[in-house]
Design a protein around this ligand. Structure first.
Ligand SMILES: Nc1ncnc2c1ncn2[C@@H]1O[C@H](COP(=O)(O)OP(=O)(O)OP(=O)(O)O)[C@@H](O)[C@H]1O
Ligand SMILES: [Mg+2]
Length: 505
């Protein structure tokens, strides 16, 4: 037994109806180590973390923390044993303030038994300063961007002073700057002797901060390696058992440059963007690159009728439309798969089947009786699950029970049957593993081949290079650069996004 060991997991198994999520998994974490855990969507990473944090019990196997065998009967036991976790999905209470979220249930009261807000705010500010964040502790969480919410979520786990900190995909909605800050914080915690388990689909991150990496595949332990002794292709091949690259496919012949499907003219909004002009042609995939917070999501929301521009016109197939709501936008042929699958994309309590037909119920209704045509639904959904490679034992599974990446696939699949004229997808592969990314790319290309104009918002440069026929770079609410796919390079996109280059220079 390694004296330097903080945590040992041996022979952990966990089954859910129809799936063995973990199959006799071993894992070990040293003191003051950053240990990355990787694997494809559905490999069992979050399930293992849910067991370590007392959210669910294991069927079999043993947990030893700091030389002591532990049996958790709930999340509180895990907190007491020194485990802090940042869950894959945000768990903050939207209507409460940042301070209340950070210290929920742990607020100090003053002599009269009231919550001592002064103390609460002071402690919150102290915590926020670890991230050099200047958020007002009284801000309701719902007023924060997703990136800032994620920061609060991380600080909430840190505030318990854990011995072991688990982060399940913490960076999927963080900006580059915030990722740097997070990594600095993690390094500092490591120096203070804290052990960290780090889950990410961004393999490059592992090489920046992790000491060791463990790979899971199909619920099974595959390998543990020192990061210094392994390279990226090797990690990927351990994960998926094959080599994977994202290549751009030339689609020029499928694009009809005489037919602009989406035209945005002089779009402006007092707060978020100004003078936005662009078009997406029939069959074309255009992406909007830029830093998180540059205004891309707001432009998408304005097109979809969720945000009213103060100025400008929108044309679909040459016809002006002014959608005042998503319903009107959908009727006009626009579909929007949002970046936040949890709060405004999926209905997590409903089944995969119910979600995937939600935007197009009318297509599954008998014309005369108004009843749903179950047979038609079943065969549509079965086809969807197959095309998207959604990992589930049944179409009747609650969407909440799918792994993060598989939820993302369900979200995208909702628009497959709608065959919109314009499809806007915001961070389409967020939380999706490297293999499933290619599946999603080919689905988007297929949709474009059938004539849909696609607008992709992405913060992943490699994804932009792989998928875009053309890229628009957005900076501070304006389009600062544009290039056709032959000219897209990481360097150029970053230059435009950060203001080093501009279209006029
Ligand atoms: N509560 C649950 N009920 C039923 N099945 C579940 C439940 N939780 C997880 N599963 C299943 O267990 C398997 C492992 O899921 P898990 O969430 O651990 O994967 P993951 O490695 O975290 O994937 P991702 O990278 O997509 O987040 C999946 O097949 C998933 O559908
Ligand atoms: Mg997960």
């Amino acid at each position: 037994m390694d004296n330097n060991e903080m945590l040992r997991v041996s022979g952990i198994s966990k089954s859910f109806p129809g799936v063995k999520a973990l199959d006799c998994v071993d894992f070990s974490l040293r003191k003051a180590e950053i240990h990355a855990l990787v694997g494809e969507n559905g490999a069992g990473k979050s399930t293992l973390m849910n067991i370590l944090s007392g959210v669910i019990p294991q069927d079999e196997g043993k947990l030893v923390i700091d030389q002591k065998i532990q049996k958790f009967n709930g999340p509180l036991d895990a907190v007491k044993a020194g485990i802090g976790i940042v869950f894959q999905e945000l768990s903050l209470i939207q209507n409460l303030s940042v301070a209340e979220n950070l210290f929920a249930g742990r607020q100090k009261t003053n002599f009269a038994g009231f919550i001592d807000f002064r103390n609460l705010y002071a402690r919150t500010r102290e915590l926020l300063s670890a991230f050099s964040e200047s958020i007002d502790p009284r801000t309701p969480v719902k007023n924060l961007s997703i990136a800032k919410q994620q920061v609060v979520e991380i600080l909430k786990a840190v505030s318990h002073n854990p011995k072991i900190l688990i982060l399940d995909e913490p960076t999927s909605s963080l900006t580059h700057k915030e990722i740097d800050k997070l990594f600095r914080l993690l390094e500092e915690m490591k120096t203070n002797g804290i052990s960290i388990i780090y889950i990410s689909h961004h393999i490059q991150e592992i090489f920046r901060i992790a000491d060791r990496v463990t790979v899971l595949r199909d619920g099974k332990y595959i390998a543990t390696r020192n990061v210094a002794e392994i390279d990226e292709p090797e990690v990927v091949s351990l994960m998926v058992g094959r080599k994977i690259t994202h290549n751009h496919i030339n689609r020029d012949s499928s694009i009809d440059r005489n037919t602009p499907v989406l035209q945005v003219r002089n779009f402006s909004h007092k707060k978020y963007f100004s003078d936005i002009n662009f078009e997406v042609f029939k069959g074309e995939i255009v992406s909007m690159a830029g830093l998180v917070g540059a205004g891309r999501t707001e432009i998408a929301r304005a097109i979809f009728g969720l945000l009213k521009p103060s100025h400008g016109t929108l044309l679909i197939n040459g016809k002006k439309i002014t959608p005042n709501s998503p319903v009107e936008a959908i009727a006009g042929g626009i579909a929007y798969a949002t970046e936040n699958r949890k709060s405004d994309g999926l209905f997590l309590d409903m089944t995969i089947s119910e979600n995937s037909i939600a935007p197009q119920l009318i297509n599954f209704t008998h014309r005369r009786t108004d009843f749903l045509d179950q047979h038609k639904i079943d065969s549509f959904v079965e086809n969807t699950i197959r095309t998207y490679g959604i990992r589930t034992s049944t179409a009747q599974a609650e969407t909440r029970k799918l792994s993060g990446g598989n939820q993302q696939k369900v979200l995208l699949s909702m628009w497959l049957g709608v065959a919109p004229k314009v499809l806007i997808v915001d961070e389409p592969t967020k939380g999706v593993d490297i293999g499933a990314k290619n599946e999603i790319f080919s689905i988007l290309r297929h949709l474009a081949d059938t004539g849909t104009a696609i607008l992709v918002i992405s913060s992943d440069l490699l994804e932009i290079i792989a998928i875009s026929d053309r890229v628009l770079v957005v900076k501070n609410g304006r389009i600062s650069g544009e290039m056709p796919h032959q000219e897209i390079t990481e360097k150029r996109v970053i230059a435009y996004a950060s203001g080093i280059a501009s279209n006029n220079s």
